[in-house]
Design a protein around this ligand. Structure first.
Ligand SMILES: CCCCC/C=C\C/C=C\C/C=C/C(=O)SCCNC(=O)CCNC(=O)[C@H](O)C(C)(C)COP(=O)(O)OP(=O)(O)OC[C@H]1O[C@@H](n2cnc3c(N)ncnc32)[C@H](O)[C@@H]1OP(=O)(O)O
Length: 288
């Protein structure tokens, strides 16, 4: 009898360990992401592709899977952030765009498009806690969130024109919806990166935080206001606000992807990407 009780207790202990292990598996399953749930059922999604969260197909497809999962599990909100206190994300991975086969570029671009659609159209409220620089693709991810809180002394913006290709139409639209037509035109045609203060002034971000901890406090304040709002009413209102862009990308997405792939594959653009990458390396060498 004693042996039976011990055995049963051990089995229960093993099972309970297994369950909590499985609960942790969701956050441990990813190579470049950490996903934690806080006590309010808010998912904290942290990009952790060192050193600068460059968006390759794998990181983007992990973000896409998490977004599907958070939708299915009816989370109350999501915070998208970075492990780094210097860079939120350095944008799309040049290594998948430079001298790459069209199929590689296509996978990269279709995956960011998938993320844009899911993040921009998510039923739950979303906040970007921008703990460092957010150029190009990094800025796009934050623009898909509903609220942006950025730590002091970094830069954010869409500098793609400097790489010799135009900003895709729906990305232009994201920027126009956020900072208005005039500011977006000036910023996009010059590839302007805004400092944190400038970004607040133009409306590209919503709040400035002195550090990561205070940025998270502000994110919680933003998300807490929705505790008293019926989620379905909130979701439909968000959908109405975002429908035009979502409809456009779901109808024309494939065309946009192909346009972008052929743009990136042009010899002139490839040359500019190579020069840009070399310039980054030189800057680093000179600063060391
Ligand atoms: C609906 C339409 C659908 C179709 C299109 C959809 C979406 C497209 C949307 C927008 C287009 C977006 C395009 C892009 O994102 S292109 C990428 C543009 N990115 C940049 O211009 C930023 C480049 N990086 C930097 O400026 C700096 O790295 C930084 C972010 C300011 C950080 O500086 P820091 O000094 O901290 O780091 P390093 O510069 O030393 O970088 C460390 C290390 O990382 C390498 N690296 C940086 N960025 C990239 C990158 N984007 N791709 C590949 N590699 C990158 C850098 O070279 C260093 O490498 P090393 O080997 O020297 O350690």
């Amino acid at each position: 009898m004693y042996r039976y009780v011990c055995k049963t207790m051990l089995r229960r202990l093993f099972l309970s360990k297994k369950v909590s292990y499985q609960a942790r598996l969701f956050s441990g399953n990813f190579r470049y992401l950490e996903v934690l749930n806080n006590e309010n059922n808010v998912a904290i999604v942290t990009m952790k592709r060192a050193p600068v969260n460059t968006l390759n197909s794998e990181l983007l497809s992990e973000i896409s899977s998490v977004l599907t999962n958070l939708d299915e599990t009816k989370c109350s909100g999501m915070v998208l952030t970075s492990f780094s206190d210097k860079v939120f994300s350095s944008g799309l991975d040049f290594n998948e765009m430079y001298e790459s086969r069209p199929a590689t570029i296509r996978t990269l671009v279709s995956t960011i498009l998938e993320v844009i659609i899911k993040l921009y159209g998510s039923p739950f409220p979303t906040v970007a806690v921008i703990t460092g620089h957010a150029p190009s693709g990094g800025c796009v991810l934050s623009l898909c969130c509903e609220y942006r809180i950025m730590v002091q002394n970094f830069q954010i913006g869409l500098n793609v024109v400097k790489l010799g290709y135009s900003t895709p139409l729906s990305i232009v639209q994201l920027m126009v919806n956020t900072i208005g037509h005039r500011n977006a035109e000036l910023a996009l045609t010059s590839g302007r990166l805004f400092t944190t203060n400038e970004a607040l002034r133009v409306g590209l971000i919503d709040e400035i935080a002195k550090d990561r901890a205070s940025a998270f406090d502000k994110a919680n304040d933003f998300l807490n206001q929705f505790k008293v709002i019926p989620p379905i009413a909130r979701h439909f209102t968000k959908q109405s606000m975002r429908r035009a862009l979502l409809q456009d990308v779901s109808i024309n997405g494939k065309i946009y992807v192909e346009d972008f792939v052929s743009l990136i594959s042009r010899p002139k653009v490839q040359e500019l990407i190579a020069a840009y990458m070399a310039n980054m390396k030189n800057k680093k060498k000179n600063s060391n």
